[in-house]
Design a protein around this ligand. Structure first.
Ligand code: SAM
Length: 339
């Protein structure tokens, strides 16, 4: 899955002498065995990832033992390589989380696809570093280098929380950079929330994001026993903050698909991941549709919102033998199937 080197790593492979002067803390958009490439040329890097799938993959395949979470461990680091994530706010967050671990004078690198916002590197580094060099550009990717000029203040996660109200449910939703629908309720999620049955028992909020579905369900059906899962550490942290701010309780944990989930549920509910052009996102939802029945109690239901054009009803029928459409508007449909 992460076997082939990305064009960004191919470009970095021309700069290994510079990068491997010191063990680097590597974070951001990790999509291949760049840690192995660095370790093969110099000191093994330290890897901090917010992506549970990548964390599990690297953990089993290499000597580099990655860290997974919303912030890195507090041990000092000798240099930083940030692989530009999709959202600029997430890049700012990661720099704020990682730079306090470096001493002044330590090297800071930012690399990424030219179309993925890497050109913002000089601006991103301006608060922390003096001159920012463009070190290389090839394969439609660029590498920037700078030196940390003064100690960076530690991250205060509360500074990064974005809040929006959910008036109907009287909830405050708390999100973090890079989390889905960071400053408003997604229109698909609203349609799903408006079409939930009376719920009871054990409920799984699959791909919880900032925890909006779970929090709304707990508010309406206080008796349910809720579990919230996501692959993204910042989403999990946002869900925990949303629960705490609203005085709600649930079990929140990392899982790639249903892999870490135990036992059977009365309901699995989701606005599942999709992303045109990124095949893995479709495959996560396709796997959910084929496996969900095995995680439901007899009579338990799978409740889903999806873009109307996606071929999910056929996949749900293949697995459950039927698929009900509970609601539809121009863009979204709500599907339900019972085990
Ligand atoms: C469309 S968003 C929905 C978020 C939230 N439930 C809402 O309605 O606002 C899908 C979520 O699925 C998560 N996700 C993506 N791949 C996943 C996987 N393999 N396993 C679990 N969650 C995943 C994403 O991080 C994202 O938070």
């Amino acid at each position: 899955m992460y076997e082939a080197l990305t064009p960004v790593s191919e470009m970095l492979s021309r700069n290994l002498d510079t990068l491997c002067h010191q063990p680097l803390l590597v974070c951001g958009l990790l999509e291949d065995d760049l840690p192995g490439l660095l370790a093969g040329h110099g000191p093994a890097p330290r890897v901090f990832t917010t992506d549970f799938r990548y964390f599990q993959w690297l953990n089993t395949r290499s000597n580099v033992k990655p860290e997974f979470g919303a912030v890195p461990a507090t041990e000092p680091a000798t240099g930083l390589l940030l692989l530009m994530p999709k959202a600029k706010a997430e890049a700012e967050y990661l720099l704020t989380a990682c730079l306090p671990l470096l001493a002044p004078g330590a090297p800071v690198f930012i690399a990424g696809d030219n179309k993925g916002g890497v050109k913002a590197a000089p601006k991103l580094l301006a608060p922390y570093c003096g001159h920012v060099n463009k070190l290389d550009s090839a394969r439609r990717a660029s590498l920037y280098q700078a030196e940390l000029s003064r100690p960076a203040s530690p991250l205060k996660s509360s500074d990064w929380v974005i809040r929006y109200p959910l008036a109907e449910e009287q909830l405050t939703i708390c999100t973090l950079p890079g989390v889905f629908s960071a400053d408003h309720l997604d229109a698909g999620t609203r349609l799903l929330l408006n079409n939930t049955d009376k719920l009871h028992g054990r409920v799984l909020d699959f791909g919880c994001g900032a925890g909006v579905i779970g929090a709304s369900l707990l508010k309406r059906h206080p008796g349910i026993e809720l579990e919230q899962i996501d692959i993204n550490a910042l989403a999990l942290e946002a869900s925990r903050i949303t629960l705490a701010e609203n005085g709600l309780q649930a079990s929140v944990y990392a899982s790639d698909g249903l892999n870490e989930v135990q036992g059977r549920f009365d309901c699995i509910i989701s606005n599942p991941p999709f992303h045109a052009g990124l095949k893995t996102f479709y495959s996560t939802t396709e796997t959910l549709l084929s496996e969900a029945k095995g995680y439901l109690k007899p009579g338990g239901s799978l409740l889903l919102v999806a873009n109307a054009f996606l071929p999910y009803p056929e996949l749900i029928e293949q697995s459950f033998g039927h698929c009900d459409t509970l609601a539809a508007n121009g863009r979204f449909k709500i599907y339900r199937a019972q085990a």
